[in-house]
Design a protein around this ligand. Structure first.
Ligand SMILES: Cc1cc2nc3c(=O)[nH]c(=O)nc-3n(C[C@H](O)[C@H](O)[C@H](O)COP(=O)(O)O)c2cc1C
Length: 273
């Protein structure tokens, strides 16, 4: 049983029915000049009713509309700014030896929580490695596990093994690229679309982090390593069979002066006239 605490300030409601039309579950209706929710248990908890109301008359879950960010042409980034961010985002593999403040990490993760999830499940866990020293320890543990598997005759893919060797020979970190931080996003059992939720949320984090002056890189190397050593997930406090993906981040030690040019990297097909 969900308690929506759906309330309408009668003096503010202009009976425009924006909330009625926008509810994806069609559970808001107007009775005697006042919107009401008819079947509370069907609510997706998406807060569209609160977001769409032009006068801020609706509250749900005790949330005040005035605590939301206002959305206007002045507050939103322009198309050109978004284009530059999307094209200018790079996989950063050179990091400054400096931790990002906990305040900035927390702020980024709070904003990242706004990424969409299938059925609005929001069943994600953010696991953050807060310090390069900790990530160094984890790297050592990961390499050791891979070596143990290799010694036991388990097949370790060539590209992973060469990164193990590079680490042992020269201390080169091809796993986490010398980043001070790692964000691992995992999904719980309630999620209907766990892998999509994880990847989409990380993609939002990446753009936010880069707009805040940080560098990020997707950590496919961890994913590939876990295929060989699933037990390493316990070192991150995660269950061995969980859905996850990870991203390194930190202050970049490189500046890209311009975007790359991949305008036609994807195949474009058109269905229609
Ligand atoms: C799912 C995924 C996994 C990736 N894994 C790694 C990785 O483990 N290490 C790495 O250095 N780069 C990794 N990358 C970065 C890609 O190599 C990079 O996106 C690509 O070369 C294009 O460069 P750009 O991101 O700067 O546009 C990964 C990217 C994606 C999308």
């Amino acid at each position: 049983m969900i308690n929506l605490n759906f309330t309408v300030v009668a003096e503010k409601c202009i009976q425009c029915d924006a909330c009625v039309r926008d509810c994806p579950r069609h559970i808001v209706t107007r009775i005697e000049n006042q919107p009401v929710v008819v079947t509370e248990n069907d609510c997706l908890q998406c807060q569209h009713c609160l977001a769409v109301c032009p006068t801020g008359a609706i509250s749900i879950f005790g949330l005040k509309p005035e605590d939301s960010f206002p959305l206007t042409a002045e507050t939103l980034p322009t198309f050109q700014q978004m284009k530059t961010l999307v094209r200018g985002r790079r996989s950063v593999r050179q990091f400054r030896n400096e931790n990002v403040s906990r305040e900035l990490i927390d702020e980024l993760l709070t904003d990242t929580s706004h990424a969409p999830t299938g059925c609005n499940d929001c069943d994600l866990t953010f696991t953050v490695v807060d310090d390069r020293k900790v990530l160094n320890t984890l790297l050592e543990q990961l390499v050791k596990l891979l070596e143990d598997k290799y010694a036991a005759g388990v097949t370790v893919p060539e590209f992973l093994w060469s990164s193990v060797e590079a680490y042992r020979k020269n201390g080169t970190d091809e796993f986490f690229r010398g980043a001070p931080h790692l964000l691992v996003i995992s999904a719980g059992k309630k999620a209907h679309t766990p892998q999509e939720d994880i990847v989409l949320t990380l993609a939002n984090f990446e753009l936010l982090a880069q707009s805040a002056g940080l560098g990020t890189t997707w950590c496919g190397m961890l994913k590939f390593s876990i295929d060989v050593v699933p037990e390493f997930l316990a070192n991150l406090g995660l269950e061995h069979d969980c859905n996850f993906y990870a991203m390194m981040f930190g202050y970049p030690a490189v500046h890209y002066a311009r975007t790359v040019q991949r305008d036609h990297a994807a195949v474009l097909r058109r269905i229609g006239d």
